[in-house]
Unconditional design. Structure first.
Length: 473
């Protein structure tokens, strides 16, 4: 099996979209904020802002938005969730592995007393919020997986997980996942299907596996899955524009050609529905294998909900990792909420802007070996002031590759290192942007000098000229 660690993707062309502006921003961006501890410690909110399913009651962090009526909620030990406007909770799950010396599967889920896990707000400002998750992958007895094999983890022996959530004002965010394990070089994914000659792997496999993603929905007390989930719960979208909504009555054995789709929308009974965009390397979608009869259409725990429920719809697997070294496995995902009747129209340009971002071209701004200009894990362009402090940047976001004239600009974000605490002003195609209305500006501490973070509320299918300059005193 071949793996790759490079992020070079070329896709089919899509029909362009007209220049547009997202819903107007409010004048005060304080409504985009996070509540919770800012230290890597175990601390729960005294009172969440809305009802919480029983499994998720230990809320550590909440993120609130002013552009969408949704929120994000991080509950210990392993439940980062997108929450709809009517309080349905969706999660992309947590990391898992298997160890023949363990008493069961090894999952962050088993750490119910938070012996190893913690969640906290690493930084927040009007432009973005960064939430962190850290945990050990252990069995129900607390034994950390593969703890007899050096993993290189900075937190202790065995397999550990770090996660970064880079969250922007429109609710779009990346989930950047890292697993430390001494078995990274031989790790495979978990699947029930045969893939490129590899036989199905499930439960205790013949070789080591690590799992990153699973579609979970959690219901409030008194709810059954049918109250919250459409009977056709998943819409899968391929980058060439094809899409299909998958019914679960009857329960699907597989998703056919849409097993290779890298965009997934979860069809909840809500105005806003969660979506996730995946890196399309060896992609494989599969439904969760039913455990016997299913009285509530989907695989549900418990079988007869009384105090709420949890449901798994399936997995999206990547047979290649975003990055892999001797001791590290990484994946990265882009998620958010959509209310579009035809989600492909909205999500295909967004996927293109992330997977094949426009090139940033400007005088004195040149990509260098091992120096990122665009970081998909942050969904942001990374620039540096060098030793000069804040200075003016003038650049163009242009086509993604030489000869390819398609441009997809979707609410771009920029991090300028070494800017300091000073303010900034900017233009987009000659138009002066109003902070709080057309863009958001914030600062993140880096240990030496503060970094400037900018999020621009603009979409375009044409090249755009942008200036970012220190505020004139």
């Amino acid at each position: 099996m071949k793996y790759t660690s490079k992020f070079t993707i070329v896709f089919c062309s899509l029909i362009g979209i007209v220049i547009s502006v997202v819903a107007p921003l409010t004048a005060a961006s304080e409504k985009f904020y996070a509540v919770g501890t800012s230290e890597p410690t175990v601390k729960y909110l005294e009172k969440p802002s809305s009802p919480v399913p029983r499994e998720l009651r230990r809320v550590a962090v909440e993120v609130h938005f002013d552009l969408v009526p949704t929120k994000m909620r991080f509950s210990m030990p392993c439940y980062p969730c997108m929450v709809t406007e009517n309080d349905i909770h969706y999660s992309n799950g947590w990391t898992e592995t298997y160890d023949p010396k363990a008493s069961s599967s090894c999952e962050i889920l088993w750490d119910q007393e938070a012996k190893y896990a913690c969640m906290w707000v690493e930084s927040q400002n009007p432009a973005r919020i960064v939430v962190r998750v850290r945990a050990a992958i252990a069995d129900p007895d607390g034994r950390i997986a593969h703890n007899d094999i050096p993993s290189g983890s900075p937190y202790g022996k065995g397999d550990w997980t770090d996660e970064w959530y880079y969250i922007y004002p429109d609710g779009t965010h990346t989930r950047y996942v890292r697993i430390y394990t001494g078995l990274a070089e031989q790790s495979m994914t978990v699947t029930d299907e045969t893939f490129q000659g590899n036989q199905p792997i499930r439960e205790i496999p013949p070789s080591v596996v690590h799992e990153f993603q699973e579609d979970f929905i959690f219901g409030l007390r008194g709810h059954t899955p049918e109250d919250d989930i459409e009977s056709a719960p998943i819409t899968l979208i391929i980058m060439d524009g094809r899409s299909k909504t998958i019914p679960y009555k009857p329960y699907p054995k597989d998703f056919g050609i849409f097993a290779q789709a890298n965009i997934k929308v979860i069809n909840l009974k809500s105005q806003y529905r969660p979506f996730t965009i995946f890196i399309p390397y060896g992609i494989e979608n599969e439904p969760y294998p039913p455990e016997g009869e299913l009285p509530h259409v989907f695989q549900t725990w418990p079988r007869e909900p009384r105090n709420g429920y949890s449901t798994s719809l399936g997995h999206t697997l990547n047979w290649w990792h975003y990055r892999r070294t001797k001791n590290i496995l990484e994946q990265v995902y882009l998620s958010g909420m959509t209310k579009a009747e035809k989600p492909a129209d909205e999500l295909l340009p967004l996927a293109q802007s992330w997977l094949r971002p426009p090139q940033l071209q400007g005088s004195g701004i040149k990509p260098k070996y091992k120096v990122l200009i665009y970081d998909p894990a942050q969904r942001a362009y990374i620039l540096s002031c060098g030793d000069d402090g804040a200075k003016e940047f003038e650049f163009t976001l242009a086509e993604a590759a030489q000869g390819d004239k398609k441009v997809f600009i979707e609410n771009p974000a920029f991090v300028i290192k070494g800017w300091g605490q000073g303010g900034a002003e900017m233009t987009f195609n000659g138009e002066k942007l109003v902070a709080g209305q057309d863009c958001r500006i914030g600062h993140e501490e880096s240990g030496i000098a503060s970094n400037l973070v900018v999020w621009i509320n603009r979409r375009s299918n044409k090249s755009a000229k942008i200036t970012i300059a220190p505020t004139q005193k």
